[in-house]
Design a protein around this ligand. Structure first.
Ligand code: CAA
Length: 256
């Protein structure tokens, strides 16, 4: 099977799905989100696949976020719709997949990129990876589940600091926070993800699906996800959003 902007390789019942839009550091535009949705749907129905490894092409970036150029001129309604559609098509869809997804974080995982890694069930990072939710530097909040899933993974205090500072943490800090399960060298990243996938393969796929459903029953769909979508949309009406996104596109620091 082929999906635009993605590479798919399947071996020994493990699928490796690589996002390839390197000119924008693999940022998630509408097409990439749709492609990933189609790939996740297809992989869920593919009996020959039991575990999925998700990574980014190139050495620099896993995914550098949602595509800022695409939404810079949106109004509140379009902003909220962007968030709602993204949740439905991709982020909640991966979280609810029948098979375990391992994010292999090969570089920058920022904004929607970290949110994508957090929607996966497990994360392994290269020691060169940098992770963060920088949306407040754009006058925004995370809109693809990050306000909820980051709190679940690292706790409220660390999540608040990461979102309020818009800063990045290195891979070692991410491991200490529990944001990633394991850190390895960049060269070993895919092998480490495949080794973990092979461990999963020894166990029941049907039980894996049930574990994902049981865990999600407590962590997904909380009222916070709906609040995030609404508040994300409201940000699009602000002066700070106009300044933050314009500054990014003009390659300068924003002035708030
Ligand atoms: N959207 C669109 N384009 C992006 C992008 C993004 N999120 N991230 C990087 N790019 C583009 C840059 O515009 C640049 O394009 P040009 O070559 O055409 O100018 C190219 O990718 C390379 O990026 P840089 O020149 O900026 O590379 P760098 O090494 O100097 O910096 C970086 C790397 C720190 C990751 C920087 O690119 C960056 O800060 N990116 C944006 C990160 C971000 O804010 N992500 C959150 C997006 S908002 C979001 O995700 C909302 C949500 O929750 C729904």
């Amino acid at each position: 099977m082929e999906f635009p902007n993605l590479h798919l390789a399947i071996e020994n019942r493990i699928a490796t799905l690589t996002i390839d839009r390197q000119k924008a550091l693999n940022a998630l535009n509408k097409e990439v989100i749709q492609s990933l949705h189609d790939a996740v749907e297809w992989l869920d129905g593919e009996e020959d696949v039991r575990v999925v490894v998700l990574t980014g092409a190139g050495e620099k970036s896993f995914v550098a976020g949602a595509d800022i150029a695409e939404f810079a001129s949106f109004d509140a309604k379009q902003g909220e719709a962007l968030s709602v559609t993204g949740h439905q098509l991709l982020f909640d869809r991966i979280a609810a997949a029948k098979k375990p997804y391992i994010a292999a974080i090969n570089g920058f995982a920022l904004g929607g990129g970290l949110e994508l890694a957090m929607a996966c069930h497990v994360r392994i990072a290269a020691d060169s990876a940098r992770l963060g939710l920088p949306e407040t530097s754009l006058g925004l909040i995370p809109g693809y589940g990050g306000t909820q899933r980051l709190v679940q993974l690292v706790g409220k205090g660390r999540a608040m600091e990461m979102m309020l500072s818009a800063g990045m943490v290195d891979a070692a800090t991410a491991e200490r926070y529990g944001l990633v399960n394991q850190v390895v060298s960049a060269e070993e990243l895919l092998a480490a993800a495949l080794t973990m996938a092979a461990k999963f393969l020894k166990n029941s796929g049907q039980a894996h699906t049930a574990v994902i459903q049981a865990v999600n029953a407590a962590t997904e769909g909380a009222p916070g996800f709906a609040a995030e979508q609404k508040l994300f949309g409201q940000c699009f009406t602000t002066v700070d959003f106009a300044e933050g996104t314009t500054a990014f596109l003009e390659k300068r620091k924003p002035s708030f």
